[in-house]
Design a protein around this ligand. Structure first.
Ligand code: HEM
Length: 160
């Protein structure tokens, strides 16, 4: 197998990983809209949808793994030449932001929501906390999607 073929295979894997990660984030955002619609009608349904969303984290994590392995492979094959370029340095900072935002904020908000909804179902009024989580989750998804878009633009145009 030639180096070029391995490079192309890594790039195809990279794109697969991107699709899995960004696709999951977008689906998460769209389905969360449904959770909030159901919140006013039937909180049990909201809880069921939010629990089903946990499965998407596996797809996100697998995509991230593919992305890192393929990215590192491409870096190795090009002897780290991209690492010295401005677009790549900015991209790297943005990747870190996606990780911090995802693990630090997104996951924590999801866990808190799945604790608050059962309380509301059992009749305890914690709606002001739940609605604060809704606003923060909204901000979280929009930020993640904006960072993905910025990474796409940087990676395709490769500004230097
Ligand atoms: C959230 C994380 C990431 C996203 C969304 C992302 C996205 C992209 C996109 C859209 C491209 C352009 C693909 C094309 O030219 O068709 C690309 C290329 C590239 N990425 Fe990533 N990437 C990510 C993480 C990484 C990581 C962690 C590394 C390295 C350790 C990496 C290394 C590369 C390299 C070397 C290229 C250039 C490939 C080429 O144009 O020949 N990426 N990336």
């Amino acid at each position: 197998m030639t180096t070029e073929t391995i490079y192309h295979a890594a790039l195809a894997t990279h794109i697969t990983g991107i699709t899995m990660m960004a696709g999951t984030t977008l689906m998460d955002y769209v389905i969360f809209k449904q959770i909030w619609k159901q919140y006013w009608v039937d909180k049990t349904k909201s809880l069921a949808i939010s629990e089903a969303l946990v499965k998407l984290q596996i797809v996100f994590g697998t995509g991230f793994l593919l992305l890192i392995v393929s990215g590192v492979t491409m870096m190795y094959l090009t002897h780290g030449v991209f690492g010295e370029q401005t677009w790549f340095r900015i991209k790297f900072v943005l990747i870190l932001l996606i990780m911090i935002n995802g693990l630090g904020l997104g996951r924590r908000l999801g866990v808190r929501l799945r604790k608050l909804l059962p309380e509301e179902i059992s009749g305890i009024d914690v709606s002001n906390k739940t609605l604060r989580i809704r606003d923060n989750l909204n901000l979280f998804h929009i930020t993640q999607l904006a960072i993905f878009l910025a990474i796409f633009i940087l990676s395709v145009f490769k500004f230097n």
